[in-house]
Design a protein around this ligand. Sequence first.
Ligand SMILES: [Zn+2]
Length: 329
Amino acid sequence: METIDRVSAGSARVAIVGGIHGDEPAGERIVRRLADELDAAEDGSGNDVEFGDDEGSGDEESGDEESGEGIVRLIIANERALAAKARYTDTDLNRAFPGDADSDEYERALAPRLAAELEGMDAVLALHTSRSAPPPFAIHSGLTPSVRRTVTAMPVDYVVDASGLRGTTLDSTVPHTVSIEVGRQGSEEAVEFGYEACLAFLRAHGAIDDEPPTFTEATVVAGDEEVPKGGGEPHVHYANFEEIPRGAVFAEDDVYTHRVEEEGVVPILASEHGYEEIFGIYGRVTGTLEPPASASETAAGSGGGGEAGVEGGGTAEEADATAEEVETE
Ligand SMILES: [Zn+2]
């Protein structure tokens, strides 16, 4: 694991994690690019990201940042798997949380070290790519105000609520974590999209202030159940978030024919060769995640309203209530 700390433009403590899976090089590339660019801001290149305690540049666009408290932590998680160009070396890191520091399995021992690096963060974004078709989408396992802010700042139309699935992923273990599937494994588009998503994430939490954050609603799809693979040649007939007509076959191989007998089912992470054990996950559209009631009032990193504590400590209930409130700007 490699940790690269950069100074935030605001008071938020945020982290971006790439390279959880070693066969997804986009995450590491995005993290290294961000590390370089946040470095470059040190030279006073117009971005207000600054280093150390120096607040004296005098050309800040908004004068209320609390420089010096926030942090942008950039992490390359699974260096051994990245070197091997394999999803994992001993066991899937994103199925190994909370992990075991004494385990002989590399990833199982790495999991608690990674979680420790993320402790106390106001917002975490974990980068992934997949072998399923676009569009990119976000995943969370527990809605907090921070998660709402992250998801609605992302340039995605869909967010998967994975709280009903297994609890061994990073986003189900570390609070305020959103995972994002940025595109096809190995594609340049995934790197570009993921990079832009990271900038949107950093803006949303006040960590960079090159331009104001923008927020849009996202369609929520609850993950219901994994769709098992049997063996032989796999066939998948519906793409991510495409509604499967009642009675239609979603996927099949020599062992299984997965016919959908209900309405409203959509596939998540659907792919023929992406996973050894599953074709994907059945999901169901459950609603819409609205942007935060006010784009500026609750940003932990904006420093504007002094409400940073609310952002980090809120509950899902508060988040739901916030959605119903009228804009107070
Ligand atoms: Zn991944």
